[in-house]
Ligand binder design. Structure first.
Ligand SMILES: NC(=O)c1ccc[n+]([C@@H]2O[C@H](COP(=O)([O-])OP(=O)(O)OC[C@H]3O[C@@H](n4cnc5c(N)ncnc54)[C@H](O)[C@@H]3O)[C@@H](O)[C@H]2O)c1
Length: 256
């Protein structure tokens, strides 16, 4: 029995960056388990893995999108509207990471990370925000990171910069759309392991141990167990009066 506060029955939730094995897929599964009809989107190259997520979510419809393209994001909004007739929740989990020292990072690499993570988040908000507002309200959840307002020991300047930017894109959209009933929040995970993004950490076990010890709970985030709760909270009536916020799902990392 799902409490009414967390019940998403009758809601359509789009998850962008939902290929199997990632946090988007975990978010989709959580939303589906709480009653939502889920729509899934990812890059063309990820459609095989997206099909796996779709199977776990009751045969959810799949869409192709590249969040760096204005036309592609607009086409996604049109096709989700055509397929489902409307949309209530958008979770933006598309993202890329670059582990490289500043001096070895090219301008093209920096701009690509910013384009996917920050510009992509802005494009999704610009496209879907007004549509949610016109329909009477809704939710946008943007995936940032525990490094949203700090940096970590690994050199990732493009990633840190882009993820910090997501926080103020989130607040800006929340401010502009709040009167229309659209809540916009950011979700900030610490290290959730493994996903395609974090799997390479297996090559540096000492670093994984350091990440575990960096949390108050003494463990890494489990994508299958620890993400659905915060996502469902931000997508549901339980967070009706929460907007413009960063919710840290980080085992206490940011509270030390
Ligand atoms: N796993 C973690 O520890 C962690 C921690 C903090 C934040 N995050 C954030 O969570 C989100 C998901 O990360 P993940 O760990 O699941 O990694 P992941 O690589 O498994 O997922 C990222 C997804 O984004 C998609 N994507 C990349 N570029 C895209 C584009 N241009 N258009 C559309 N989709 C695109 C990828 O295909 C992939 O499915 C990311 O934004 C990441 O920064 C992850």
């Amino acid at each position: 029995m799902v409490s009414a506060l967390f019940d998403l029955t009758g809601k359509v939730a789009l998850v962008i960056g939902a290929a199997a094995g990632g946090l988007g897929a975990a978010a989709a599964r959580g939303l589906f388990d709480h009653g939502a009809t889920v729509a899934l989107a990812d890059l063309e190259t990820q459609q095989g893995l997206l099909a796996e997520t779709a199977r776990a979510c009751g045969g959810a419809l799949r869409h192709t999108v590249d969040v760096t393209s204005e036309a592609s994001v607009r086409a996604l909004a049109d096709s989700v509207a055509a397929a489902h007739g409307g949309i209530d929740v958008v979770v933006n989990a598309a993202g890329v990471m670059l582990r490289k020292e500043v001096e070895h990072t090219s301008l093209a690499e920096f701009e690509h990370v910013v384009r996917v993570n920050l510009t992509g988040t802005w494009l999704v908000g610009r496209e879907f925000g007004p549509r949610l507002a016109a329909a009477g309200g809704g939710r946008i959840v943007n995936l940032t990171t525990v490094y949203a307002e700090r940096v970590g020991p690994v050199p990732e300047s493009a990633y840190y910069a882009s993820k910090a930017g997501i926080v103020n894109v989130t607040r800006s959209l929340a401010a502009e759309l709040g009167h229309s009933g659209v809540n916009v929040n950011a979700l900030a995970p610490a290290v959730f392991y493994p996903t395609a993004m974090t799997a390479p950490l297996a090559e540096t076990p000492d670093r994984l141990t350091w990440f575990e010890q960096r949390t108050m709970l003494g463990r890494l985030g489990d994508p299958a167990a620890d993400l659905a709760g915060p996502v469902v909270f931000l997508a549901s009536a339980a967070s009706a009066y929460v907007t413009g916020q960063v919710l840290y799902a980080d085992g206490g990392w940011s509270a030390w």
